[in-house]
Design a protein. Structure first.
Length: 379
């Protein structure tokens, strides 16, 4: 039986299809594994990222004469204190202005409804949208939604406590032992493998530290500009806007959209459509004109990823690990790309030239010169 020849383009397409299926299958297994063991995996990943970012602070404590163990504990206390302060600022702002915001939102929605009606939008559609929002806010009717939410929170409380405990323990040891970890990890490897391991670790720490340090500067810039604009416009909850804008800066694209939307909605509630439009202009100029200039200065090309790849990595991270994945998706992907590029560059380096062969005339005069391993005769 004669076999028909397969066109080259079809063979290439088949190989590419099998490779794509293999990559997708492997990615699905990784995502499933992360989701299944997220209680352990996520604290380890977060502690490693936090150790890469805050290890210089521990080293600074050590230069001041503070032991690394005590410096690591002080760093953890500072981190926890910062998180508690953030929660306190948001909670206090919302509680102090809750009644004012409720009344302002009611008036703003009525103004928006009238404005949309003037544009010719059907009032029935507007009323249905209002009822949908009201139903979403007060879901559960008789309290069923609240009960189910409370049950879900209670069921995940143990996992949250365990994850926090593991994360803090890992963070302490990673920061305390940062100077000796490369030597410990490479002690059972050959010298070339040890060098590759150290190179990979150095590249990963460089990308993660530069990314999160740069993002902190960029997020602080956005937070200051947007919160100052909100204060000038008389929008309430300025501290909460500032904090959420800063935190949203660590989630590529999505965080900016959420924080900007909050500022615009609060502007609509407090000052009407004109205030909301001005706030929208401030947000858009800050995030799309000023932020790229600051980001290029403080971060540069540390990611080296196309924006589309950043969005895909952030989305997959969110699907696999929730909010944690939204934060870690882009920097971890950038780390993998950076390590791959460094390893490829190292493998492309030319090998050292072999030693030159011995001179035949010299070898005839002195046989030991022809064989370097031959011991010289005793004096």
């Amino acid at each position: 039986m004669q076999t028909l020849p397969v066109p080259a383009w079809l063979a290439r397409a088949g190989i590419f299809s099998w490779l794509a299926l293999g990559v997708l299958g492997f990615s699905a297994v990784i995502i499933l594994g992360l989701s299944t063991f997220s209680t352990i995996v996520l604290p380890v990943i977060f502690s490693a990222v936090a150790a890469a970012v805050f290890a210089p602070l521990v080293s600074q404590f050590a230069r001041w004469g503070v032991p690394r163990g005590l410096g690591s504990l002080l760093t953890i206390v500072l981190i926890i204190g910062g998180l508690v302060a953030i929660v306190a600022v948001i909670t206090r702002s919302v509680i102090n202005q809750a009644d004012q915001l409720a009344a302002a939102f009611t008036v703003a929605f009525e103004d928006l409804q009238a404005w949309l009606a003037d544009l010719g939008i059907d009032e029935g559609f507007i009323e249905q949208a209002r009822e949908a929002v009201t139903s979403l806010v007060t879901s559960g009717g008789g309290g069923g939604g609240l009960v189910s939410s409370a049950a879900g929170v209670a069921s995940s409380a143990a996992g949250l406590v365990l994850g926090l405990f593991l994360g803090l323990v890992f963070l302490f040891f990673l920061m305390r032992d940062a100077p000796v970890l490369p030597t410990w990890a490479a002690k059972n490897l050959d010298e070339p493998q040890a060098r590759e391991l150290v190179a990979v670790g150095t590249s990963a720490v460089f990308v993660i530290r530069r990314y999160f340090t740069g993002r902190a500067v960029v997020a602080l810039f956005d937070s200051v500009v947007i919160s100052v604009g909100a204060a000038v416009l008389g929008i309430p909850l300025v501290p909460a806007i500032a904090v959420l804008t800063f935190l949203g800066g660590f989630v590529p694209y999505l965080g900016a959209v959420i924080a900007g939307t909050l500022a615009v909605v609060l502007g609509l509630a407090s000052g009407g459509i004109t205030t909301a439009l001005v706030m929208l202009a401030i947000v858009l100029v800050t995030q799309n004109v000023l932020e790229p200039l600051v980001e290029a200065r403080v971060i540069g090309q540390s990611l080296g990823l196309h924006p589309m790849l950043v969005i895909i990595a952030t989305t997959i991270g969110g699907i696999a690990a929730g909010f944690s994945g939204l934060i870690l998706g882009a920097p971890l992907t950038a780390t993998v790309v950076k390590v791959r590029n460094d390893l490829r560059a190292r493998s492309a380096e030319p090998l050292p030239d072999p030693p030159a062969p011995p001179d035949p005339a010299l070898a005839a005069a002195d046989p030991s010169a022809a064989d370097p391993s031959t011991d010289p005769p005793p004096a």
